[in-house]
Ligand binder design. Structure first.
Ligand code: G3D
Ligand code: MG
Length: 174
């Protein structure tokens, strides 16, 4: 009998990197170009079945990206998190540079080696890219995480990234 798991996943990253859009794409498989900036927190739920038949219910937490909120909100948002999706925007290098601060914050609340998967989002805007997959891989490597180029707009790699994180979390639990 395959086991069933329920996991809490938090998205972190600077404002406008595409956190809310990625969740909307993953949960509803649709992209809305007119989606407004998030106000407050939102939890979405999606069930995935892994290759080995394991059923995983993902509770996906969307957080406000304003760095000033990082300290204020960290306890309630990150409490009980099983994994992190660290989202950057490939058209803005500063969103990659800001990531260690985000990871530091989450690691101050939850266990130090919480699985983290690193995304370079807006892969559809490749022509205005300021960094590439290799740079994300380097950062991910510092935290033993995987790296993906994603696009909430086209949907490329969005499912793959969420599922990969779920697999990393379960690998660690077993
Ligand atoms: P956030 O939740 O991290 O703050 P949002 O980011 O999901 O609100 O997205 C911020 C802006 O980036 C939005 O544009 C959204 O449409 C756009 N966006 C998100 N993901 C992608 C992507 O993969 N490709 C492209 N081209 N745009 C993306 P607006 O104009 O609505 O502010
Ligand atoms: Mg948002």
């Amino acid at each position: 009998m395959p086991k069933e798991y329920k996991l809490k996943i938090c998205l972190v990253g600077e404002p406008a990197v595409g956190k809310t859009s990625l969740i909307r794409r993953f949960v509803t498989d649709k992209f809305d170009d007119k989606y407004l900036t998030t106000i407050g927190t939102k939890v979405s739920k999606k069930e995935v079945v892994l290759d080995d038949g394991t059923k995983v219910i993902l509770m996906v937490w969307d957080i406000m990206g304003q760095p000033s909120f990082r300290q204020m909100l960290k306890e309630s948002y990150f409490y009980g998190a099983n994994g992190v999706l660290a989202v950057t925007d490939i058209t803005r290098k500063e969103t990659l540079d800001a990531m260690p601060d985000w990871i530091g914050t989450i690691r101050s609340v939850v266990e130090k080696d919480i699985p983290a998967t690193f995304l370079g989002n807006k892969a559809d805007l490749k022509d205005s890219a300021q960094f590439e997959l290799e740079d994300i891989r380097k950062m991910a490597g510092m935290y033993n995480g995987k790296a993906f180029l994603t696009s909430a707009k086209t949907g490329v790699n969005v499912n793959e990234a969420f599922v990969s994180l779920a697999e990393e979390i379960l690998k660690k639990m077993k």
